[in-house]
Design a binder for this molecule. Structure first.
Ligand code: ZN
Length: 135
């Protein structure tokens, strides 16, 4: 079951430049900036109303994110929904014939499970599902 919109990922060329708009001009509050995926991306986290905007800058040239930026330019890259049971959510998607990027969830450093659904199956939107690590 989908619980909430966890974050919207926006692909940017440079996090610091993008913050001039999102923090400076728009007035969003920056929580923190971190290197993710073993240093392959730099992410600025801007929480708002129980969800978050994440500005994501690739630090390499061969990731999906870097290719997205080269081909499409800056813009919304993906949206992420929190689910209570990611295995059940992926099983349901398969039942409905959806194309998945991750057949089984990936696990990040903090034990959080996540998986991506291919935009071909989601009307052009890259969708990330994530489930909090069980306490
Ligand atoms: Zn994300």
């Amino acid at each position: 079951m989908i619980i909430r919109l966890d974050h919207i990922g926006i692909a940017v060329q440079n996090v610091n430049d993008a913050l001039k708009f999102f923090e400076g001009a728009l007035g969003m509050k920056l929580d923190h900036v971190a290197l993710e995926e073993g240093g392959r991306t730099e992410v600025a986290f801007l929480p708002v109303g129980g969800t978050e905007v994440e500005l994501v800058e690739p630090k390499d040239t061969d990731s999906g994110l870097a290719k997205f930026l080269a081909k499409r330019g800056e813009g919304i890259h993906h949206i992420c929904f929190e689910v209570d049971d990611i295995d059940a959510a992926l099983a349901r998607l398969k039942e409905h014939g959806a194309q998945l990027i991750d057949e089984t969830p990936r696990v990040n450093a903090s034990g959080m499970q996540y998986a991506f659904i291919h935009p071909k199956s989601a009307h052009g939107v890259l969708i990330e599902l994530y489930q909090k690590a069980k306490a």
